[in-house]
Design a binder for this molecule. Structure first.
Ligand code: COA
Ligand code: AMP
Length: 658
């Protein structure tokens, strides 16, 4: 049952939901008026040939202009736009809106001198330095399509993205800096270009003191180019034109290139900064993520700038740089009011400092809210944070494809209302839930037949079309995959790939993926891709990779392999070699917890490996053996291998139809 104050909030919320669902064009026309346009859109909503919603297609704007020039023109030029804090290099910097605009305008001039034009793709392979943010904004300014590749990915993964995006230019740094080592970005970039079929015309390389790169014939020194560059104005972009491609893991080895536009994205981010995060111009906002992920795109770079807030960019970790008090130090030092991170980061802090003693005498009174996403906020971590901090702890759910949060506890509902009304009271959180869907996202739970399930019952989480502005406009040059992965399952709905339920009060509980995607320390990875790497080893006959529960990282990948009969060798050495192979091939973030050797894997008679059942056995859950199973005794092999390795809770797993 909801209390009276919550009912009042619910009523206010339902009014917005009704408006967004029943008259989406009016609703989103109103939101569009809150950002800066060169030419207001006449067409608010249009449908593409796949019956997917497109927004503001004839409006004209430029997200870089709306994020920087507009604020300078409105008198915000001397406000700090960006604080950069890098404990791993012992450096700090800050930029006002005017400085950031000027640096970005000159960097856009450098790109233009290198031949980059509207529509050209530019890959950005950089660590968490201000120049990475400038690179994104400079591309946007020119109308070039940026594609940021996370620095933790291997040269092979970078090569796959180079071939798909076919960039004219790649922007990179000489190195990244992790807790205990320097990561050689430029040598990895060279290796990736060697591996790729496509070759960029030029690479712009930022030299960092920690490791200078050797520059070859196609390389240009970032700083030297900037010295000669002329500032460039922002080009006008139609609402339908792309801003970026961001690759994310799907169920196959090939990543999906999520495409997003300028205008819809800008409107949606501005809306979310207000209605969800409750952030006002001048507030200090920090998202502790990486620009290589969607969180970085939306809430390190574009979101805070669009609203006129100050962003804090952090090149460090929640722990060990230097200790588990890093986040508290940042909040105190920059007077952060809204902080965003992944649950795994707080599990790491809790592990090292269970009493949070490192908050010590720090003044963290500026903090108004803490947002968590990237994976489900597990109830123990929620309770730990809720007991510790006197601010709302908000679990909010979204994905690379949606670009901004689908559900969360709205902290700024009143900021959208025209009249001065009573302040909105956030509703009580329910541990394990991302609260309510945001107005604009019509979330429903469907069963396998496409029927809505009752409250409290689990099913597929889907979003009814029209998806709001800011969501993906498609997959880069792959309309067929966009259709089959997201639109085909339930015509008129977008399939999120997550399973979950809505309770009787409309709270959304997202329980996990329904496909072969896993979430390791907030990083989204494909088990199919890891299987490809394992399966390519000459000793391996068959394999499966599943995600198993991990108290720190949420999930960890585990490999199960069948060795070929004629293979002779040391099994321990092979297991280690396979683990290294996955790390080398995908990146250090894809470290297998273990590789177990089994005699058989459970399969259907048609040869499909029953991965869900292996997952259930590892988790100690009840499982249903399908009548189509080829060899039921294979389940015992898996159970035994897991138990022997002391992994999961296999002994507790029970067969439902025994
Ligand atoms: N460039 C190069 N290597 C990177 C990297 C990057 N940008 N990011 C991570 N790696 C490497 C790490 O050095 C590590 O290598 P190692 O196994 O040789 O030590 C490996 O990838 C795994 O890194 P990570 O998953 O980050 O684990 P960790 O044990 O170093 O740290 C946490 C654990 C929880 C502290 C860390 O994962 C974290 O801060 N997570 C939050 C993630 C996040 O913000 N996600 C975004 C979603 S909102
Ligand atoms: P990514 O595209 O990398 O942002 O990963 C998106 C996926 O992470 C989602 O589809 C979910 O499976 C998971 N996820 C992210 N945030 C949450 C959350 N708050 N609750 C549950 N799952 C989440």
């Amino acid at each position: 049952m909801l209390e009276d104050t919550t009912l009042a909030s619910r009523e206010r919320y339902m009014a917005l939901v009704a408006c967004a669902n029943e008259t989406p064009e009016d609703f989103w026309a109103k939101q569009a008026r809150r950002i800066n346009w060169f030419r207001q859109p006449q067409t608010i909503l249009a449908w593409d040939t796949q019956q997917h919603a497109r927004w503001y297609i004839d409006g004209e704007m430029n997200i870089c202009h709306a994020a920087l020039d507009h604020h300078v023109a409105e008198g915000r030029g001397d406000q700090v736009a960006l604080y950069w804090d890098s404990p791993v290099t012992d450096s700090k910097r800050q930029y006002t809106y005017r400085e950031l605009r000027d640096d970005v305008a000159r960097l856009a001039g450098v790109l233009r001198d290198l031949g980059v034009e509207k529509g050209d793709r530019v890959i950005i392979y950089m660590p968490m330095v201000p120049e990475a943010m400038m690179a994104m904004l400079a591309c946007a300014r020119l109308g070039a399509v940026h594609s940021v590749v996370f620095g933790g990915f291997s040269p092979k993964e970078l090569a796959v993205r180079i071939d798909d995006a076919a960039p004219k230019v790649i922007m990179a740094a000489s190195c990244g800096v992790e807790i205990d080592r320097v990561i050689p970005y430029k040598p990895w970039l060279d290796e990736a270009i060697e591996l790729a079929g496509h070759t960029p015309e030029a690479c712009l390389v930022l030299q960092r003191d920690q490791q200078l790169a050797t520059l070859g014939p196609r390389d240009h020194d970032w700083q030297a180019c900037l010295q000669d560059a002329q500032a460039t104005e922002a080009v006008s972009m139609l609402g339908s034109e792309p801003l970026y491609i961001l690759y994310t893991s799907g169920t196959t080895g090939k990543p999906k290139g999520v495409v997003r536009d300028h205008a819809g994205y800008a409107v949606a981010l501005h809306y979310s900064m207000e209605i969800l995060y409750g952030v006002r111009p001048g507030d200090i906002f920090m998202a502790a993520s990486d620009i290589g992920w969607v969180v970085g795109h939306s809430y390190i770079v574009y979101g805070p700038l669009l609203i006129g807030a100050t962003a804090v960019m952090y090149e460090g970790k929640p722990v060990k740089t230097p200790d588990a008090g890093a986040f508290w130090r940042l909040i105190e030092e920059y007077r952060i009011s809204c902080f965003f991170s992944a649950p795994t980061a707080f599990r790491a802090i809790k592990k090292e400092d269970p009493e949070a003693s490192l908050i010590g005498g720090r003044d963290i009174s500026s903090l108004r809210s803490l947002f968590l996403a990237g994976e489900r906020l597990d109830p123990p971590t929620y309770h730990w944070l809720n007991d510790l901090l006197p601010v709302p702890i908000v679990d909010h759910w979204w994905q690379t494809e949606t670009g901004w949060p689908v559900a969360g506890n709205l902290l700024g509902l009143d900021m959208l209302e025209d009249a001065q009304t009573l302040p909105h009271v956030p509703v009580p959180a329910r541990a394990g839930s991302a609260t309510w869907p945001l107005p604009g996202f019509n979330v429903q739970i469907l069963d396998g037949m496409g029927d809505q399930v009752a409250a409290g019952e689990q099913g597929n989480v889907v979003i009814q079309q029209p998806l709001p502005p800011g969501c993906l406009t498609g997959l880069y040059q792959d309309a067929a995959r966009f259709q089959s992965a997201y639109l085909a399952a339930y015509p008129g709905y977008y399939l999120t790939g997550d399973g979950g339920y809505l309770d009787e009060d409309g709270y959304l509980f997202v329980m996990g993926r329904i496909d072969d995607v896993i979430n390791v320390a907030g990083h989204r990875l494909s088990t199919g891709e890891m299987e490809q790497v394992l399966g390519a080893h000459p000793a391996i006959a068959e394999c499966a990779v599943i995600g198993i529960e991990d108290s720190l990282k949420g999930e960890m990948p585990l490999g199960l392999v069948i060795i070929k009969d004629d293979w002779t060798g040391d099994e321990k050495v092979l297991r280690q070699m396979l683990r290294e192979r996955v790390r080398d091939s995908i990146g250090a973030i894809a470290s297998l917890k273990d590789v177990l050797i089994v005699e058989r894997l459970p399969k259907t008679r048609s040869g499909k490996i029953l991965r869900k059942m292996i997952r259930q056995i590892a988790a100690g859950e009840q499982y249903q053996v399908p009548s189509t199973i080829d060899d039921p005794s294979s389940l015992e092999d898996v159970r035994e291998a897991l138990s022997d390795a002391g992994i999961g809770r296999a002994e507790q797993a029970r067969c439902a139809n025994e």
